[in-house]
Design a binder for this molecule. Structure first.
Ligand code: ADP
Ligand code: MG
Length: 292
């Protein structure tokens, strides 16, 4: 590629809100066969809302929500804000937690008014020696609706199933359609529940789903896709997306995402609108066509 055509290409891209960090990124993007995207905050808004809470007979739902919100108040996870907001919306007084510890990829553990509280995925309950299967039918239904099922344990007992729903961003479905029209495969990589991830992938027409990926596992997921002999672009926004952005043949970050994702990426999408991804691919192809 000539320096001039690369400069023209990156200039046009910038007008469309796509920042190529290097000429190599502009050249690299036209060679990818798979675009893998993070789900939360990338394909979805990253602003989940609490939609469901079913307590076991031994617990009162408002008590569960109050204790769980107290536990989540110290968490930075998007799920935490959904739960705290829901407690406030119900007019519940949320006490301060005495102890708090995040368990990345699983959930969190806290002590509230002397009571142990754990909140997280089904695999977290199992790790605690609790069986979430009492809520199995609920969890399957919620997952199939694209909601994320979570569980609360209080006093060492399974207390409730909770669900949050994170709306799909405007532009995500169009972006997937445009990538397909460009002949690319589209994959989703997420730590979320498999049924939830599959339901959202179905709504978006995504081909491949890698779900329940632990933090740190996203770069392995990218490597697995590359091991099929394909060149992979990865699109993400979060701290735990940085290794996958680095592993990918081309890493694209949402400009409003976390600093570490933006710093690691080869391409930055200034707006959160994923139509920037097929736009970037089109520009990369056009630039390289002009050169040849
Ligand atoms: P993702 O970024 O895809 O949500 P994470 O690794 O952050 O992946 O979380 C994976 C899963 O762990 C979540 O879907 C949820 O089930 C559980 N989890 C993580 N943090 C929390 C939290 N603060 N409260 C409840 N559940 C959590
Ligand atoms: Mg994310």
């Amino acid at each position: 590629a000539t320096p001039t055509s690369i400069m023209v290409g990156t200039g046009k891209a910038a007008e469309l809100g796509v920042l190529f960090r290097s000429g190599a990124a502009l050249e690299g993007l036209q060679g990818v066969q798979v675009v893998a995207l993070d789900k939360t905050g990338t394909l979805t808004k990253g602003r989940p809302e609490l939609t469901d809470l079913h307590a076991t007979d031994a617990f009162d739902p408002d008590t569960v929500l109050r204790l769980v919100a107290a536990a989540e108040a110290s968490s930075e996870h998007p799920i935490a804000r959904a739960i705290v907001d829901a407690a406030h919306a119900r007019g519940l007084a949320v006490p301060a937690a005495e102890q708090f510890e995040a368990v990345p990829g699983f959930g969190l553990e806290a002590r509230v008014q002397g009571r142990p509280v754990q909140v997280g995925a089904d695999r977290y309950m199992r790790r605690l020696g609790l069986n979430p299967d009492a809520f199995r039918a609920d969890a399957e239904r919620l997952g199939d609706e694209g909601r994320t099922p979570l569980y609360a344990a209080i006093d060492g007992q399974l207390a409730a199933i909770i669900a949050v729903a994170d709306p799909i961003k405007d532009g995500s479905a169009d972006a997937v359609r445009a990538l397909h029209a460009q002949g690319l495969q589209v994959a989703m990589i997420t730590g979320d529940h498999a049924r939830t991830a599959n339901a959202i992938a179905r709504q978006l027409g995504i081909d491949t789903v890698l779900a329940e990926v632990l933090p740190g596992g996203k770069s392995d997921a990218v490597r697995d896709l590359q091991a099929r002999g394909q060149r992979v672009a990865f699109v993400g926004d979060g701290i735990n997306d940085a290794p996958a952005l680095a592993q990918a043949d081309v890493g694209l970050a949402i400009g409003t995402g976390t600093d570490v994702a933006v710093e690691t990426a080869d391409v930055i999408l200034m707006s959160g609108d994923l139509r920037g991804v097929p736009n970037a691919v089109a520009l990369s192809r056009a630039t390289l066509r002009n050169i040849r």
